[in-house]
Design a protein around this ligand. Structure first.
Ligand code: AMP
Length: 249
């Protein structure tokens, strides 16, 4: 079985994101980029499945400008076998990403697609669900545990107030959550080896998908600065302020 893992290139989670001076978006010039952290978890899970004999190939796919090939190389250095880059000139909305991935699925015929539960730049949390709907496949979302049982995958979902255990028929789309695993670091020899692994390039037009945005970003703003706190003298003072000033009790 093949596992397909979409990997998005996003601003590194350690970077403090800044809004552009004209409020048209966030500053990307000279900003450190990295693989979306949930996608690292997805790559790790696909590799663990392969190492346990449950999969025979892990294919990483990324949609975006040519720099996205670096993100694919990171996945290859972690241990993925092959990469597919779909060239796209601008930010792609989740529905277009899902449509492109559907075409990749039609070509590659994976048994599982491991998607990040959300991209930390747009926080959409839409792509995996849309892909499952477009394919008519089962989906397991917010997954923190997975075990393959014949032609089904037993997944543990992180839901409000607890864990939900589901069995999804494969082929399926699984969106991975934080607690699924701890991704490995790529070793230097594997980074070198990754340079020689196959990486195909396609365009959205090759796949016959219209990727024009449907939404217009009208304005992006920094969140309001937090006001400084105050020190209260004792518990009585605190209760008084909560009751009479903040009016929360
Ligand atoms: P989102 O729905 O935007 O929060 O993204 C959820 C997941 O979809 C990400 O964690 C990735 O696995 C996948 N994804 C979204 N955009 C892309 C992209 N441009 N290239 C590859 N994968 C993507």
């Amino acid at each position: 079985m093949k596992v397909l893992v979409p990997v998005k290139r996003v601003i590194d989670y350690n970077v403090k994101v800044r809004v552009k001076a004209d409020n048209s978006g966030v500053e990307l010039a000279n900003v450190k980029m990295a693989m979306n952290p949930f996608d690292e978890i997805a790559v790790e899970e696909a590799l663990r499945l392969k190492e346990a004999g449950g999969a025979d190939e892990v294919v990483a796919v990324s949609i975006g400008p040519s720099q996205n090939q670096e993100t694919i190389r990171t996945a290859l250095a972690m241990g993925a076998d092959r990469g597919i880059h779909i060239e796209a000139p601008h930010e792609i909305e989740p529905l277009a990403v899902a449509k492109l991935l559907k075409e990749v699925v039609a070509r590659e015929e994976p048994g599982l697609v491991f998607v990040g539960k959300q991209a930390i730049d747009d926080d959409c949390n839409q792509t995996g669900q849309m892909l499952a709907a477009l394919l008519g496949w089962a989906q397991g979302t917010f997954v923190s545990g997975i075990e393959i049982k014949g032609d089904s995958a037993a997944v543990v979902r992180e839901v409000d107030g607890g864990l939900e255990h589901l069995e999804v028929k494969m082929p399926a789309v699984v969106t991975v959550d934080l607690r699924l695993n701890e991704p490995r670091y790529a070793s230097l020899p594997n980074i070198m080896k990754a340079k020689k692994k196959p990486l195909d390039s396609l365009s959205a037009a090759d796949l016959g998908v219209d990727i024009e945005p449907r939404l217009t970003i009208t304005r992006v703003e920094e969140p309001p600065a937090r006001e400084a706190g105050i020190r209260v003298s004792d518990v009585g003072d605190l209760v008084d302020k909560l009751k009479n000033e903040a009016k929360v009790i």
